[in-house]
Design a protein around this ligand. Structure first.
Ligand code: FES
Ligand SMILES: [Fe+2]
Length: 458
């Protein structure tokens, strides 16, 4: 598959062709995020209009994680997912290119493919029977002779996600036809991601299907926590840590006080990790499988002693991962108050089956839908959300002040870093969020006639 392919099909010309009156106003969010002082207004988690603006300016603009390349082996393999609330169908075409389409029939808009995943030659709509091939072209229309003569099938192909790129097995798509290259958007974040994606020359694959569950809570509560929040680990996960600790007593004080770093990206990504020379994977067979000398050779001592194992990360806006158990996940927004978590389990392709199994089981025990850590996190987010609509509650700002002023280049880890216990990556996550929320996206600046412009300026 080519990476960074940019494609604008004739069908995509349909985006925005109907002239619409202004259906929504844009809210200036600059006073809701004070990234310098570390203050966040709670309305960004609850307000319907802000949520709508996120759909337009965050999710219809950014590179979003769609799937892993190992999910597509043969032409016709497909997987259905979402970009924001837009349903998307990812499929391998006859030339073995992975492509993504809006999963909505061009006729009357029903979801074209309702299966989660599978293999097919054609996508046939269950409503009236229009059929589309793997390249998104409309191939057959029942009773076509009843349509006007100027009806042309090529104008009614699937809307294609115009920008698609792969980073070490991770497939990302963007609705922006002129999206900056994915690698540029990731920047230094690649160094931290490679601690999970590039341990082995053969790369990674996903095992065991995709786990999906819903949580009450705004999607940002999860995305931001995975970017910045090691702080909650010792308190929120105290009982889980006790269960896992050999003594049954939970983490020792020196573990709680462990040194570490947190990376913050100007593009809103974040990653945090303790640093200690005795890095190890928590699933014993995985720990025993790895040749740490080889890993040090491949990734460097600092990366093995830092982001390789324990840690957390978010690629802005909504893709997060945990290197220790290969959990990669998307926080799909489902309204301001709800998110759907989709989680995959990532392993090295070259691992023996029993090591892959051990990683999968460890992942399920800890961060599966009923994992002992996952349950703690979901409980926190839904607790925050449940009370956030109270008028007074909603008007009291939240605190992101830990480590204010600690951001610097540390000379060891790339980019700007802070301490392990810090809100620095959270502040930069929201700083970037606010910038994007206040900046028109591609669909607001392209395809505009002078007439449209005059109307929106009024
Ligand atoms: S909605 Fe798909 S064929 Fe009519
Ligand atoms: Fe957690």
């Amino acid at each position: 598959m080519s990476s960074d392919s940019s494609n604008t099909s004739p069908a995509n010309q349909a985006i925005g062709t109907m002239r619409r009156p202004p259906l929504s106003r844009n809210i200036d969010v600059s006073t809701l995020v004070d990234a310098d002082k570390g203050l966040i207004d709670r309305s960004i988690y609850t307000n319907e209009e802000i949520y709508g603006q996120e759909m337009r300016r965050i999710f219809a603009r950014n590179w979003l994680f769609l799937a892993h390349t190992s999910q597509f082996q043969k032409p016709g393999d497909f997987f259905t997912t979402f970009m924001g609330e837009d349903p998307v169908l990812v499929a391998m075409d006859k030339q073995k290119n992975i492509r993504a389409y809006l999963n909505s029939c061009r006729h009357r808009g029903v979801r074209l493919c309702r299966a989660d995943e599978g293999r097919t030659k054609m996508f046939t709509c269950t409503y009236h029977g229009w059929s589309f091939d793997l390249a998104g072209a409309l191939q057959s229309v029942p009773n076509q002779d009843a349509y006007p003569e100027d009806f042309q099938k090529e104008n009614w192909g699937l809307i294609e996600v115009p920008s698609l790129a792969v980073y070490k097995g991770l497939i990302f798509g963007s609705w922006d036809p002129d999206a900056e290259p994915l690698e540029e958007t990731l920047g230094d974040m690649r160094y931290y991601m490679d601690a999970m994606l590039d341990r082995d020359p053969e790369g990674t694959e996903v095992v065991g299907g995709v786990m999906k569950w819903q949580l009450e809570g705004n999607w940002k509560l999860a995305a931001e926590q995975f970017a910045t929040d090691w702080y909650h680990v010792n308190m929120s996960h105290a009982s889980a840590l006790m269960v896992l600790s050999p003594t049954g007593k939970g983490p020792k004080p020196e573990v709680v006080a462990t040194p570490g770093r947190q990376y913050l990206s100007p593009k809103g990504h974040g990653a945090g990790f303790p640093t200690h020379p005795k890095s190890r994977f928590d699933a014993a067979p995985v720990h025993e499988y790895y040749d740490y000398d080889a890993l040090r050779e491949r990734l460097g001592d600092e990366r093995v002693e830092g982001p390789l194992t324990t840690g957390h990360a978010t690629v802005f806006p909504s893709f997060s991962y945990l290197p220790v158990n290969g959990s990669i996940r998307v926080w799909h927004p489902k309204g301001p108050d709800k998110m759907e978590v989709w989680a995959w389990i990532l392993v090295d392709k070259s691992m023996p089956q029993e090591v892959k199994d051990a990683q999968r089981l460890y992942n399920l025990r800890t961060f599966g839908p009923s994992g002992i850590f996952e349950a703690d996190d979901g409980e926190n987010w839904s607790e925050v959300q449940a009370i956030s609509h109270g008028f007074v509650t909603n008007s009291v700002p939240l605190n992101f002040q830990m480590g204010v002023g600690s951001e610097r280049e540390d000379g060891v880890y790339p980019g700007t870093t802070s301490e392990l216990y810090s809100d620095a990556a959270g502040r930069s996550f929201y700083r970037h969020w606010a910038t994007q929320m206040n900046t028109p996206a591609w669909h607001e600046t392209q395809h505009k006639t002078a007439e449209d412009q005059a109307e929106s300026d009024q």
